[in-house]
Ligand binder design. Sequence first.
Ligand SMILES: [Zn+2]
Length: 364
Amino acid sequence: MIEIRCANCNRPYPQQGAPFRCETCGGVFDFLEPLTFDDALVTSQASGMWRYRHTFGLEDDAQAITLGEGDTPLVWREVLGQDIAFKLEYLNPTGSFKDRGSALLVSFLLVRGVQTAVEDSSGNAGASFAAYAARAGIQARIFIPDYASGPKRVQIEAYGAQVQRILGPRSKTSEAVLKAAEGGAVYASHAYMPHGLAGYATAAYEIYEQIGRGPGTVIVPAGQGNFLLAIGRGFQALKNAGLIESIPRLVGVQALACAPLWAVFKYGAAGLGWVTEGETLAEGVRIRHPVRGDALLNMILENEGVFVCVEEEAILEGRDKLAHLGLYVEPTSAIVWNALTQVVDEMPDPVVVVLTGAGYKTAH
Ligand SMILES: [Zn+2]
């Protein structure tokens, strides 16, 4: 990997090991230079997102740990009086967009000789990491809250990951995994580790190729917001390469029950004062302190993007509206429907709606 540095003290990512955050100052690692995209280097020798391997910064001789992620369909439907494009990210190998990030993160861990790693997600990230760890022969230990249940937990266990159940609220699970990390375990955090961002960005390259030009607007659910951030950076790379004229308007979608990015976007720092971590059907975007929130807010502000929030009552309605189009996604993904109805009349077309997670991921 190249050009990963601590966003706080600017130290480069170390040449050995796989720390999840800066060992000197505790800062978050990130790509501090823009991603670069070169049309001439997109290869037909590889499939899925690995066609864009030149954008990853992964060593040339590094093994690609792949399960066929990327190259997801873009399906057009006429809804709300417009032709809308739906990017079917839920058709990735484990049922969510997270696979684009996991493939790259796990490929990197293998380069660094990692044999066991811990992670703390009871959701799509945990399932995705467990699958790619199984593919790579890495023993995964996933910390999950004891109350977590449902298809995602079953999926994590089926891949052979060791599941560590932690009693108490979600924060106890975070404490437990950090303790394991302090004890020397490699913490393959999907939130902190930046390596997967270059993988997420490939969704932007695909959308550009599938439409044949840059879209006007892209709508994405945002919890940590890493997918939205990386899609924005992907379009930035296309713009820097002279392939599109402008970055599309980016619409980040949050559930009102836990909407810190929306609150700060709308009310400034004062908005944080009343952010709650409320119960929501959109469990995958229930993140109170997004790790890269500042970078994401800056990108949205610089490119005339917006955050919108969706009330709880509208979530299952959105799920059903999408399902009636033949698009079956989980409630977390379905918040994009209501967002689409909020912005469709004022945002430039073509509008792309990103559908992040499969419907059979939840019991609702
Ligand atoms: Zn640092």
